[in-house]
Design a protein. Structure first.
Length: 304
């Protein structure tokens, strides 16, 4: 089950029904007929309806599988699609993680010279977000690759780290010292080495640029994740149950999908009838089909 799109994923649940008659054997069996969708999934009594949405269409497909070399068996695959309800994960994981980034960005509204207050806001927010992520870690699948929710959490983590680094770097470059205490520039007598520090206006400009960059990253992360959620909701509307009930094509699809099963039953009768000769009786004078010899007609009659 691929979980790369968790928690806005769509899963396909497949059951394979095979016949132990290899195509290379004495009595090969083959599933024939058209494949289509059959709507007879019991959606109303689905136990996990609070977590998943079931597509009422059941897909039938004739396949082949080769468990060993030189032996191919027919298989009838029955598949049903289920859609995960992502609201629980959005409310308990995505939304708090996104809000932690908003709280971390609040440090940009603290004066540049108050490094203690800035780092207090950003570091405490980082620690709180890390503790919360470890608390909700059991809600996400333990897989070796990154899912959609993992990518979102990783982007938010990068934003919080950038905010912490920016607070310390900009503070070190702010020109908040007395220029007369610096060494004199040998190339420009009478002027101090002011290039070692930025002036306050330049530091403020850089601080605002970092604010815009982190805000843009936050908006893009939320937009991409929200778009995935919207795409899933749109997919649900395409498979709406009411539309399927009003669609007359559903009935024809059902008949087409059942036809392979009818042909399978017919084929089994033919297999049982191998070696038997078919007898046809001439029609009777009244135009009715003869019924053939019976047990009573084969008995010996007494001679008068």
């Amino acid at each position: 089950m691929p979980l790369s799109q968790f928690p806005v994923d769509i899963q396909s649940l497949t059951i394979g029904l095979s016949v132990a008659c290899a195509e290379e054997g004495i009595v090969p069996v083959e599933f024939t007929g058209t494949t289509s969708n059959v709507r007879f999934v019991d959606v109303d009594n689905f136990v996990l309806s609070s977590e998943w949405i079931v597509n009422p269409n059941l897909s039938l497909e004739a396949r082949r599988f080769t468990p060993m070399q030189g032996r191919t068996y027919p298989c009838l695959a029955l598949s049903v699609h289920v859609y995960r309800r992502p609201f629980f994960y959005l409310l308990n994981i995505a939304v708090p993680t996104s809000l932690f980034c908003v709280l971390a960005v609040m440090q940009f509204y603290i004066p540049l010279t108050k490094i203690d207050a800035r780092l207090t806001v950003s570091v405490l927010t980082f620690v709180a977000a890390t503790v919360y992520m470890n608390t909700t870690k059991s809600l996400t699948p333990a897989v070796s690759y990154m899912t959609e929710i993992d990518m979102f959490n990783f982007v938010c983590l990068i934003i919080r780290v950038i905010v912490i680094l920016e607070a310390g770097i900009v503070y070190l470059l702010v020109d908040d010292v007395d220029l007369t205490s610096l060494e004199e520039d040998p190339n420009y007598p009478g002027e101090a080495l002011a290039w070692e520090h930025w002036d306050h206006d330049t530091a403020t400009l850089v601080d605002r640029i970092c604010l815009g960059t982190t805000a843009l990253m936050w908006v893009l992360a939320n937009f991409c994740f929200g778009y995935r959620w919207y795409s899933l909701c749109k997919t649900h509307s395409d498979f709406d149950t009411n539309e399927l009930e009003q669609n007359s094509q559903a009935s024809s699809n059902y008949l087409q999908a059942v036809s392979p099963m009818n042909e399978l039953r017919t084929g089994s009768r033919r297999v049982r009838g191998l070696g038997r000769s078919k007898r046809t009786q001439p029609s009777s004078p009244t135009g009715q089909q003869g019924l053939g010899p019976t047990r009573d007609s084969n008995r010996a009659r007494p001679v008068a």
